[in-house]
Design a protein around this ligand. Structure first.
Ligand SMILES: O=C(CO)[C@H](O)[C@H](O)COP(=O)(O)O
Length: 272
Protein backbone atom coordinates (compact mmCIF):
# COMPACT_ATOMS: atom_id res chain seq x y z
CA UNK A 1 0.00 0.00 0.00
CA UNK A 2 2.87 2.32 0.81
CA UNK A 3 4.13 1.90 -2.74
CA UNK A 4 0.66 2.49 -4.04
CA UNK A 5 0.32 5.93 -2.49
CA UNK A 6 2.79 8.03 -4.48
CA UNK A 7 1.12 6.82 -7.64
CA UNK A 8 -2.28 8.02 -6.54
CA UNK A 9 -1.01 11.27 -5.14
CA UNK A 10 0.15 12.15 -8.63
CA UNK A 11 -1.91 14.14 -11.09
CA UNK A 12 -5.08 12.86 -12.72
CA UNK A 13 -3.43 12.64 -16.08
CA UNK A 14 -0.52 10.60 -14.87
CA UNK A 15 -3.07 8.38 -13.16
CA UNK A 16 -4.41 7.65 -16.59
CA UNK A 17 -1.06 6.89 -18.16
CA UNK A 18 0.60 4.80 -15.42
CA UNK A 19 0.14 1.04 -15.41
CA UNK A 20 -2.77 -0.04 -13.20
CA UNK A 21 -0.94 -3.32 -12.63
CA UNK A 22 1.51 -1.38 -10.48
CA UNK A 23 -0.93 -0.53 -7.74
CA UNK A 24 -2.97 -3.69 -8.10
CA UNK A 25 0.06 -5.81 -7.37
CA UNK A 26 0.62 -3.58 -4.37
CA UNK A 27 -2.98 -3.93 -3.28
CA UNK A 28 -2.96 -7.70 -3.32
CA UNK A 29 0.57 -8.62 -2.27
CA UNK A 30 2.02 -5.97 0.01
CA UNK A 31 1.28 -5.73 3.72
CA UNK A 32 -1.14 -2.91 4.42
CA UNK A 33 0.13 0.17 6.20
CA UNK A 34 -2.39 1.07 8.85
CA UNK A 35 -1.02 4.41 9.93
CA UNK A 36 -1.19 7.17 7.35
CA UNK A 37 0.31 10.59 7.75
CA UNK A 38 -1.22 12.20 4.65
CA UNK A 39 -4.65 13.48 5.75
CA UNK A 40 -6.01 13.36 2.20
CA UNK A 41 -5.09 9.70 1.69
CA UNK A 42 -6.21 8.85 5.18
CA UNK A 43 -9.51 10.66 4.51
CA UNK A 44 -10.07 8.66 1.34
CA UNK A 45 -9.40 5.41 3.16
CA UNK A 46 -11.63 5.95 6.21
CA UNK A 47 -14.49 7.14 4.00
CA UNK A 48 -14.14 4.17 1.67
CA UNK A 49 -13.88 1.61 4.46
CA UNK A 50 -16.92 2.92 6.31
CA UNK A 51 -18.97 3.05 3.12
CA UNK A 52 -18.10 -0.54 2.23
CA UNK A 53 -18.93 -1.69 5.76
CA UNK A 54 -22.34 0.03 5.69
CA UNK A 55 -23.43 -0.39 2.10
CA UNK A 56 -21.86 -3.51 0.54
CA UNK A 57 -23.50 -6.44 2.23
CA UNK A 58 -23.04 -10.23 2.10
CA UNK A 59 -26.48 -10.80 0.53
CA UNK A 60 -25.63 -8.53 -2.44
CA UNK A 61 -25.23 -10.09 -5.86
CA UNK A 62 -23.92 -7.33 -8.14
CA UNK A 63 -22.09 -4.14 -7.17
CA UNK A 64 -20.79 -1.28 -9.34
CA UNK A 65 -17.21 -0.11 -8.80
CA UNK A 66 -16.33 3.48 -9.66
CA UNK A 67 -13.01 4.92 -10.78
CA UNK A 68 -10.25 7.02 -9.30
CA UNK A 69 -7.90 6.88 -6.36
CA UNK A 70 -10.50 6.72 -3.55
CA UNK A 71 -12.12 3.64 -5.03
CA UNK A 72 -8.84 1.76 -4.55
CA UNK A 73 -9.49 1.92 -0.79
CA UNK A 74 -12.98 0.51 -1.30
CA UNK A 75 -11.42 -2.42 -3.15
CA UNK A 76 -8.89 -2.74 -0.33
CA UNK A 77 -11.76 -3.08 2.18
CA UNK A 78 -13.69 -5.53 -0.03
CA UNK A 79 -10.57 -7.71 -0.29
CA UNK A 80 -10.35 -7.75 3.50
CA UNK A 81 -13.89 -9.19 3.74
CA UNK A 82 -14.19 -12.75 2.35
CA UNK A 83 -17.97 -12.66 2.89
CA UNK A 84 -18.15 -10.21 -0.06
CA UNK A 85 -16.08 -12.23 -2.51
CA UNK A 86 -19.01 -14.07 -4.12
CA UNK A 87 -20.38 -10.71 -5.41
CA UNK A 88 -20.04 -9.86 -9.11
CA UNK A 89 -18.40 -6.44 -9.55
CA UNK A 90 -19.22 -4.18 -12.48
CA UNK A 91 -16.48 -1.74 -13.54
CA UNK A 92 -16.86 1.85 -14.70
CA UNK A 93 -13.53 2.14 -16.54
CA UNK A 94 -10.46 0.27 -17.69
CA UNK A 95 -8.93 1.19 -14.33
CA UNK A 96 -11.68 -0.37 -12.24
CA UNK A 97 -11.89 -3.44 -14.49
CA UNK A 98 -8.22 -4.15 -13.81
CA UNK A 99 -8.71 -3.47 -10.10
CA UNK A 100 -11.45 -6.12 -9.99
CA UNK A 101 -9.51 -8.66 -12.06
CA UNK A 102 -6.20 -8.26 -10.25
CA UNK A 103 -7.99 -8.37 -6.91
CA UNK A 104 -9.20 -11.85 -7.90
CA UNK A 105 -12.84 -10.74 -7.66
CA UNK A 106 -15.68 -11.72 -10.01
CA UNK A 107 -15.97 -9.37 -13.00
CA UNK A 108 -19.27 -8.69 -14.72
CA UNK A 109 -20.41 -6.21 -17.33
CA UNK A 110 -23.23 -3.70 -17.34
CA UNK A 111 -24.74 -5.58 -20.30
CA UNK A 112 -25.02 -8.73 -18.15
CA UNK A 113 -26.11 -6.99 -14.94
CA UNK A 114 -28.56 -4.17 -15.46
CA UNK A 115 -29.83 -4.16 -11.85
CA UNK A 116 -27.15 -3.60 -9.26
CA UNK A 117 -27.51 -3.60 -5.49
CA UNK A 118 -25.23 -0.62 -5.02
CA UNK A 119 -22.57 1.39 -6.84
CA UNK A 120 -19.71 2.95 -4.91
CA UNK A 121 -17.65 5.73 -6.48
CA UNK A 122 -15.51 8.78 -5.80
CA UNK A 123 -16.31 12.37 -6.78
CA UNK A 124 -14.52 15.63 -7.48
CA UNK A 125 -17.00 17.80 -5.57
CA UNK A 126 -20.23 17.08 -3.70
CA UNK A 127 -22.68 19.77 -2.60
CA UNK A 128 -25.00 19.89 0.40
CA UNK A 129 -27.83 18.34 -1.67
CA UNK A 130 -25.61 15.44 -2.80
CA UNK A 131 -25.22 16.73 -6.34
CA UNK A 132 -21.73 15.90 -7.60
CA UNK A 133 -19.15 16.82 -10.20
CA UNK A 134 -17.44 13.71 -11.52
CA UNK A 135 -15.11 12.91 -14.40
CA UNK A 136 -11.75 14.06 -13.09
CA UNK A 137 -10.51 10.74 -14.45
CA UNK A 138 -12.59 11.11 -17.64
CA UNK A 139 -14.83 8.15 -16.74
CA UNK A 140 -18.13 9.99 -16.22
CA UNK A 141 -20.12 8.23 -18.94
CA UNK A 142 -19.59 4.69 -17.65
CA UNK A 143 -19.76 5.95 -14.07
CA UNK A 144 -23.20 7.41 -14.66
CA UNK A 145 -24.41 4.33 -16.52
CA UNK A 146 -23.37 2.05 -13.67
CA UNK A 147 -24.62 4.43 -10.95
CA UNK A 148 -28.05 4.65 -12.61
CA UNK A 149 -28.29 0.84 -12.71
CA UNK A 150 -27.91 0.62 -8.94
CA UNK A 151 -30.57 0.78 -6.25
CA UNK A 152 -28.15 2.87 -4.18
CA UNK A 153 -25.38 5.19 -5.32
CA UNK A 154 -22.76 5.79 -2.64
CA UNK A 155 -20.06 8.47 -2.88
CA UNK A 156 -16.73 8.26 -1.07
CA UNK A 157 -14.39 11.23 -0.85
CA UNK A 158 -11.89 13.09 1.27
CA UNK A 159 -12.69 16.39 2.99
CA UNK A 160 -11.52 18.53 0.03
CA UNK A 161 -14.55 17.43 -2.01
CA UNK A 162 -17.22 18.62 0.43
CA UNK A 163 -18.86 21.84 -0.65
CA UNK A 164 -21.96 23.97 -0.20
CA UNK A 165 -22.30 24.77 -3.90
CA UNK A 166 -20.83 22.98 -6.93
CA UNK A 167 -18.15 24.92 -8.76
CA UNK A 168 -16.59 26.38 -5.62
CA UNK A 169 -14.11 23.61 -4.69
CA UNK A 170 -13.38 21.80 -7.96
CA UNK A 171 -12.15 24.61 -10.18
CA UNK A 172 -11.00 22.54 -13.16
CA UNK A 173 -14.51 22.61 -14.55
CA UNK A 174 -17.37 20.27 -15.35
CA UNK A 175 -16.04 17.40 -17.50
CA UNK A 176 -18.07 17.07 -20.71
CA UNK A 177 -17.44 13.98 -22.85
CA UNK A 178 -17.91 14.67 -26.56
CA UNK A 179 -17.69 12.89 -29.89
CA UNK A 180 -14.23 13.92 -31.21
CA UNK A 181 -15.34 15.65 -34.42
CA UNK A 182 -17.83 17.78 -32.50
CA UNK A 183 -15.50 19.35 -29.94
CA UNK A 184 -15.24 22.75 -31.62
CA UNK A 185 -18.99 22.92 -32.22
CA UNK A 186 -19.68 21.95 -28.61
CA UNK A 187 -17.26 24.59 -27.31
CA UNK A 188 -19.00 27.19 -29.46
CA UNK A 189 -22.44 26.09 -28.26
CA UNK A 190 -21.30 26.22 -24.63
CA UNK A 191 -20.45 29.88 -25.16
CA UNK A 192 -23.55 30.85 -27.11
CA UNK A 193 -26.44 28.48 -26.43
CA UNK A 194 -26.66 27.98 -22.69
CA UNK A 195 -27.59 30.53 -20.08
CA UNK A 196 -24.65 29.89 -17.73
CA UNK A 197 -21.54 31.03 -19.60
CA UNK A 198 -18.30 29.14 -18.93
CA UNK A 199 -15.63 31.24 -17.24
CA UNK A 200 -12.94 28.94 -18.62
CA UNK A 201 -13.10 26.07 -21.05
CA UNK A 202 -10.45 23.72 -22.48
CA UNK A 203 -10.10 20.49 -24.36
CA UNK A 204 -8.42 18.14 -21.89
CA UNK A 205 -4.94 17.35 -23.15
CA UNK A 206 -2.97 14.19 -22.46
CA UNK A 207 0.34 14.06 -20.64
CA UNK A 208 3.05 11.83 -22.11
CA UNK A 209 1.24 11.91 -25.47
CA UNK A 210 0.77 14.72 -27.92
CA UNK A 211 -2.91 15.49 -28.27
CA UNK A 212 -6.13 15.20 -26.33
CA UNK A 213 -7.18 12.76 -23.62
CA UNK A 214 -9.19 9.98 -25.28
CA UNK A 215 -11.74 8.36 -22.98
CA UNK A 216 -12.43 4.64 -22.58
CA UNK A 217 -15.24 5.25 -25.09
CA UNK A 218 -12.99 6.86 -27.71
CA UNK A 219 -14.25 10.39 -26.98
CA UNK A 220 -12.71 13.73 -26.00
CA UNK A 221 -13.32 15.72 -22.81
CA UNK A 222 -14.00 19.45 -22.53
CA UNK A 223 -13.57 20.90 -19.04
CA UNK A 224 -15.86 23.91 -18.64
CA UNK A 225 -15.80 25.92 -15.42
CA UNK A 226 -18.98 27.89 -14.79
CA UNK A 227 -18.06 29.37 -11.41
CA UNK A 228 -20.54 28.58 -8.58
CA UNK A 229 -23.38 26.59 -10.17
CA UNK A 230 -26.77 27.94 -9.11
CA UNK A 231 -28.85 25.12 -10.60
CA UNK A 232 -26.81 21.99 -11.44
CA UNK A 233 -29.79 20.10 -12.86
CA UNK A 234 -30.76 22.76 -15.35
CA UNK A 235 -27.11 23.22 -16.39
CA UNK A 236 -26.89 19.45 -16.95
CA UNK A 237 -30.06 19.52 -19.05
CA UNK A 238 -28.82 22.45 -21.15
CA UNK A 239 -25.42 20.88 -21.86
CA UNK A 240 -26.88 17.48 -22.71
CA UNK A 241 -29.02 19.04 -25.41
CA UNK A 242 -25.93 20.11 -27.36
CA UNK A 243 -25.28 17.80 -30.31
CA UNK A 244 -22.01 15.93 -29.84
CA UNK A 245 -22.25 15.73 -26.06
CA UNK A 246 -22.11 12.13 -24.86
CA UNK A 247 -22.26 12.73 -21.10
CA UNK A 248 -21.81 15.48 -18.57
CA UNK A 249 -19.99 15.05 -15.26
CA UNK A 250 -22.89 16.48 -13.27
CA UNK A 251 -24.58 13.80 -11.15
CA UNK A 252 -27.79 15.40 -9.87
CA UNK A 253 -30.17 13.78 -7.42
CA UNK A 254 -28.46 10.41 -7.80
CA UNK A 255 -26.51 9.78 -4.60
CA UNK A 256 -28.19 8.30 -1.57
CA UNK A 257 -25.25 9.07 0.69
CA UNK A 258 -21.76 10.57 0.69
CA UNK A 259 -18.96 9.63 3.08
CA UNK A 260 -16.26 12.27 3.58
CA UNK A 261 -13.05 11.35 5.39
CA UNK A 262 -12.21 14.44 7.40
CA UNK A 263 -8.84 15.85 8.47
CA UNK A 264 -9.56 15.11 12.13
CA UNK A 265 -9.93 11.39 11.43
CA UNK A 266 -13.72 11.32 11.56
CA UNK A 267 -16.07 10.45 8.72
CA UNK A 268 -18.77 12.98 7.93
CA UNK A 269 -21.81 11.27 6.43
CA UNK A 270 -24.31 13.20 4.33
CA UNK A 271 -27.57 11.32 3.65
CA UNK A 272 -30.38 12.23 1.27
O1 LIG B 1 -15.10 10.79 -11.43
C1 LIG B 1 -14.05 10.21 -11.31
C2 LIG B 1 -13.30 9.66 -12.44
O2 LIG B 1 -13.90 9.99 -13.66
C3 LIG B 1 -13.47 10.03 -9.95
O3 LIG B 1 -14.37 9.34 -9.16
C4 LIG B 1 -13.19 11.39 -9.38
O4 LIG B 1 -12.30 12.08 -10.26
C5 LIG B 1 -12.56 11.31 -8.00
O5 LIG B 1 -11.28 10.78 -8.11
P1 LIG B 1 -10.36 10.56 -6.84
O6 LIG B 1 -10.99 9.51 -6.00
O7 LIG B 1 -9.03 10.12 -7.42
O8 LIG B 1 -10.26 11.88 -6.13
Amino acid sequence: MARLLPFFCSSLSSRLTASPHFYLRSLTTLPLVHTMTDPVESGKRIAAHQAVDEYILPHHKAVGIGSGSTVVYALERILQKPELHHIVFIPTSFQSKILIIDGGLKLGSIEQYTDLDVTIDGADEVDAKLNAIKGGGACQFQEKLVAEAAKKFVIIADYRKKSEKLGTQWLRGVPIEVIPMSYKAVQQALQTRISAKPETMALRMAKMKAGPVVTDNGCFVIDAHFGPIADPKSLLRDIKLITGVVEVGLFCGMAEVAFFGMEDGNVSVLRS
